[in-house]
Design a protein around this ligand. Structure first.
Ligand SMILES: Nc1nonc1C(=O)NCC1CCCCC1
Length: 246
């Protein structure tokens, strides 16, 4: 997987991505990351990337030409056919695990991040394939959104998480929230580890974890539960959870 990020703050992206799972994936060559600064594709002495909005109003708008040339530089640097140009913005399709799973099948994702009041619409319409959104709120720039896409997609790349199951046990991977996790000590003044996790019976542990995941999803995110088809065993486990919690 190759990520090319278009950003006015390249170090913000490359530094953050150099830690943890994404940093190790880059070191191991499972992921390539390049960052392209639109300011490097300006042609005036002030290296202008923004301008006042037509129609008036506050703030500045990012100009098309520097962004377009930065995207083209990213495309020419790696001619990978199976790629998408994504603009991160509050106007985009809401990010979820399904969208990220689809995205993980591409060879290259070019992630365009905005600043100021926004990006000239002509660039979005003509140079981007899709717009994706973190959620219904506004942050100061698209870089954090791009980093979330990079992190979440990287976790889905085979071999990145060592044990394939880790990604599959993540919250939302199977449409459910994650089960609770515990580690040493067994007993503490703020509670004890559930006995089932100490017993070593793997079938019981797997059953308990699925029951907790189903129960949590039912309690905290019933909307998610409406979108998944439960197996007969999962249905029975959820019924069991609901009788116990009432
Ligand atoms: N929400 C979001 N999801 O993805 N990106 C988001 C965002 O809020 N981005 C910042 C804005 C800042 C002004 C220009 C356009 C992008």
């Amino acid at each position: 997987m190759r990520f090319d990020v278009i950003s006015l703050f390249p170090d913000m992206v490359s530094d953050a991505a150099s830690y943890g799972v994404t940093g190790r994936a880059i070191e191991r060559g499972l992921v390539d990351l390049s960052v392209w600064n639109p300011r490097d594709y300006t042609h005036d002495k002030h290296r202008t990337v923004d301008d006042r909005p037509y129609g008036g109003g506050p703030g500045m708008v990012m100009k098309c030409q520097p962004l377009r040339d930065a995207v083209n530089a990213a495309k020419q640097h790696n001619v990978l056919a199976n790629r998408k140009v994504i603009c991160l913005s509050p106007q985009g399709r809401l990010l979820n695990q399904e969208l990220l799973l689809d995205a993980s099948c591409y060879d290259q994702l070019i992630l365009v991040t905005g600043r100021y009041e926004g990006i000239d619409e002509r660039f979005i319409q003509q140079c981007c394939d899709e717009e994706w959104s973190l959620g219904d709120y506004v942050i100061s720039g698209g870089e954090l959104a791009a980093l979330i896409v990079i992190d979440a997609v990287t976790r889905l790349i085979p071999g990145v998480l060592g044990d394939e199951e880790s990604a599959k046990q993540d919250s939302h991977f199977d449409g459910l929230l994650d089960c609770p996790h515990y580690t040493r000590p067994e007993h503490s003044d703020i509670g004890d580890v559930p006995d089932v996790l100490l017993g070593g019976n793997h079938a019981d542990i797997k059953r308990w974890r699925m029951k907790q995941a189903l129960g949590r999803t039912w309690l905290r995110r019933p909307d998610m539960l409406e979108k998944v088809t439960l197996s007969a065993e999962q249905d029975a486990l959820l019924k069991e959870f609901r009788t116990e919690v009432v």
